[in-house]
Design a protein around this ligand. Structure first.
Ligand code: NAD
Length: 356
């Protein structure tokens, strides 16, 4: 295997956690997992790899350049995959400063550590090394009723979250262009699946529905996202690591366009089927339209032909099956949800632009 040891940042979060499970349990790689454990990072997510000698967890911040340099020097990974971020648009509306700190400054410090480390490598080690930055389609802004984002779409971020990710993408690009760092960016559409903290649409809707509480739908519910099952995203990142070219960006998406209201109705229907005797059935009666998100982008959709052509990757999971798996996972893993929701946040509305 080309990448026997990988430094993963943000590997106690949703996508990073799934990626760490895949690297260790499916691919047999060794992982140095650097995560500072914000509200979104939880050790309970790492139970599937707990005790595995191939998993080395380090509680630390990507802004700590010295720490990252020492981890790189000690473990000599062939790749860094950067998931660490503040990732929730609503929180970026309330507290944009946190997003600048981690997504912009943190990515910069990580790039500096990677540049220093890569500069010390020679021969095959230097040729093989990759820095993969995990980003989002939100950097492209909002689409109208038609069209798809491709890798040439202009950046036009609208939320503080999207702007902070766009800034980090530009830094990564510049480190390749200026210093030759073998960096790659992936821009992915909305993910869903196991281990997602219940603050974003799908896990929050499931969490609320299971507890018989109103399921909030922003505005008219007509905003469109291109949903991708998290495990498909993890495999896409692995494909890009193996076969992607340094300096390139790859859009990742699963042709899974749905409006928010379609998604929430589908969750309610699955719950009705799985739990016909629930006092909350029919779950659709819990759907409640609430004030829209300020600056809410209307539509995102991805043209993923480049990654398909260059790496052979394609999404495997249909939205219907992936969503059903996800609902079942949240029913069966209530303990996980209770553990991660033991902090301050209890599912209340965020991001109404009331200021810090
Ligand atoms: P998440 O919020 O679930 O997890 C983020 C993780 O990063 C957490 O474990 C957190 O503790 C850690 N972290 C935060 N700040 C850190 C810091 N300064 N140092 C070290 N660790 C830190 O996020 P996610 O949904 O898994 O997203 C992962 C990445 O994928 C992000 O970069 C995000 O922008 C990108 N992305 C997410 C989606 C999506 O739908 N969730 C879609 C496309 C791209």
């Amino acid at each position: 295997m080309k990448f026997g040891t990988v430094l993963v940042t943000g590997g106690a979060g949703f996508i990073g956690g799934n990626f760490v499970h895949m690297l260790i349990n499916e691919l047999g790689a060794k992982v140095i997992n650097l995560d500072c454990l914000t509200y979104a990072g939880n050790m309970v997510t790492l139970e599937p790899v707990a005790g595995n000698p191939k998993h080395i967890f380090v509680k630390g911040d990507i802004r700590d350049r010295k720490l990252v340099r020492s981890l790189l020097a000690e473990s000599k990974p062939e790749a860094i995959v950067n998931f660490a971020a503040e990732s929730h648009v609503d929180r970026s509306i309330d507290s944009p400063g946190d997003f600048i700190q981690t997504n912009v400054l943190g990515s910069f410090e990580l790039l500096e550590a990677a540049r220093g480390h890569w500069g010390d490598l020679t021969g095959a080690d230097r040729d093989r090394f990759r820095f993969l930055h995990v980003s989002t389609d939100e950097v492209y802004g909002s689409l109208g009723g038609t069209g798809l984002f491709n890798e040439s779409s202009p950046y036009s971020p609208n939320s503080p979250y999207a702007a902070s990710k766009a800034a980090s993408d530009h830094l990564v690009r510049a480190y390749h262009h200026t210093y030759g760092l073998p960096a790659i960016i992936t821009n992915c559409s909305n993910n869903y699946g196991p281990y997602q903290y219940p603050e974003k649409l799908i896990p929050l809707a499931i969490y609320k529905a299971l507890s018989g509480k109103p399921i909030p739908v922003y505005g008219d519910g007509g905003n469109v996202r291109d949903w991708l099952y998290v495990k498909d995203h993890c495999h896409a990142i692995w494909s890009v690591l193996q076969k992607g070219a340094p300096g390139q960006t790859y859009n990742v998406g699963g042709n899974g366009e749905r409006t928010n209201i379609q998604v929430v109705r589908a969750i309610c229907k699955i719950l009705d089927e799985l739990m016909p005797d629930s006092p909350n059935a029919p779950h659709e009666k819990l759907i409640t339209h609430v004030a829209d998100r300020p600056g809410h982008d209307r539509r995102y959709a991805i043209d993923a032909s480049k990654i398909g052509e260059q790496t052979g990757w394609a999404a495997k999971q249909t939205f219907e099956q992936g969503l059903k798996n996800t609902v079942i996972w949240y029913i069966e893993n209530k303990k996980w949800a209770d553990t991660v929701m033991a902090g301050e946040y209890k599912g209340e509305r965020l991001g109404l632009a009331k200021g810090e």
